[in-house]
Design a protein. Structure first.
Length: 86
């Protein structure tokens, strides 16, 4: 991508900014594709595909409610120093 900026004041040069933007192209097809293409991935076996009801997808899966282990909450009762280890 090449951006060119015109200066607001006279006597200054145009500023050109060249950016390289990474992208990924995903091709979905019901027809056969060229298997020699770089990154080609075979379709899943139809026996592995499971249909899911939209209402089932909307249900909560129980993730994200925990507090996690975290760090820095204090030393606790049985805390020891770092030491040299064994």
């Amino acid at each position: 991508i090449v951006d060119e900026y015109e200066p607001l004041e006279e006597g200054l040069d145009k500023v050109t900014d060249v950016r390289h933007v990474p992208c990924m192209v995903i091709t979905l097809s019901k027809d056969a594709l060229d298997t020699s293409d770089k990154g080609y991935q075979e379709p899943l076996d139809p026996t592995l595909v499971v249909e899911v009801d939209p209402e089932e997808m909307a249900k909560s899966r129980g993730r994200g409610a925990g507090r996690g282990k975290g760090r820095g909450k204090g030393a606790g009762k049985t805390a020891k120093g770092k030491g040299k280890g064994k």
